[in-house]
Design a protein around this ligand. Structure first.
Ligand code: ZN
Length: 256
């Protein structure tokens, strides 16, 4: 499995919990301990690719943000990482994007919740254009509902966005299982992989074992429905050492 990561994702870029320093280091070091993961370095997304999901006004707003030019650059690099993951997935190689900023609260002309560009939408619309993959399933297991995913992908036919909401761990896993079972056939599946629903994170619900199960369920879905084409993009997750355990477990269930 590929891990898409760039050193430029490490330094703090804004004053939100998602952009804090030392957020990705624990996850990075856990994943680097497994020599079978292949780390690959992404390029920034071209503006044309961002433009498939966002209007000009929004792109200019992110460019002229209050944090300086570094934020625009890292947002393009986050979206570029997402596109790289989707490309690997399109070739049948699973990929996890250890990327930031997160994106699922970014809509076509607005954003909130620590997000700027919608990495899920930019990457799905990229493989729609490049490979004709018009049918996609998004499993968003972040604590928060990814309104941006719903808003942008709702403008296109062929996308199903799943936001499980069950209040306890057992029912949550059952909801994921059932949702994937009921999801139609697709060309590709992607996770809005937030880990803030972790047992020691804001949501306090899911153990590392549950993240392993969710990864395994996505793998199973992809092998049965879309030739194994699957990728996952980091969204939330704010207890950084605990997030590393969740990321590791998810990747172990998800990987080939
Ligand atoms: Zn969240």
């Amino acid at each position: 499995m590929k891990i898409v990561f760039h050193d430029k994702y490490l330094p703090a870029y804004d004053d939100t919990p998602a952009g804090a320093s030392n957020r990705l280091e624990p996850s990075l070091s856990v994943l680097m301990k497994d020599p079978t993961y292949e780390f690959v370095i992404p390029e920034p997304a071209p503006i044309e690719a961002i433009h498939r999901a966002h209007g000009n006004g929004h792109i200019r707003k992110v460019e002229n943000n209050n944090y300086g030019s570094g934020l625009f650059d890292i947002s393009l690099l986050g979206a570029g990482g997402a596109m790289m993951c989707a490309e690997f997935a399109a070739e049948g190689i699973p990929a996890f994007g250890l990327i930031r900023p997160p994106g699922h609260h970014a809509s076509g002309d607005s954003c909130w919740g620590f997000c700027y560009f919608n990495n899920i939408a930019v990457s799905l619309l990229h493989v729609r254009e490049k490979y004709g993959f018009t049918r996609g399933v998004v499993l968003d297991f972040d604590l928060h509902t990814g309104d941006g995913n719903i808003n942008i992908l709702g403008n296109f036919s062929g996308y199903e966005v799943i936001n499980p909401a069950a209040p306890n761990e057992r029912d949550y896993l059952y909801e994921v299982e059932l949702s994937l079972k009921n999801a139609g056939p697709a060309d590709i599946i992607v996770a809005s992989a937030g880990f803030d629903q972790g047992i020691s994170d804001w949501g306090g619900l899911l153990s590392p074992e549950s993240y392993f199960s969710i990864g395994a369920m996505m793998k199973k879905y992809s092998l049965a429905n879309c030739s194994g084409r699957r990728y996952a993009l980091l969204e939330g997750g704010y207890n950084f050492p605990e997030m590393a355990k969740s990321v590791k477990a998810f990747c172990e269930g998800f990987r080939d």
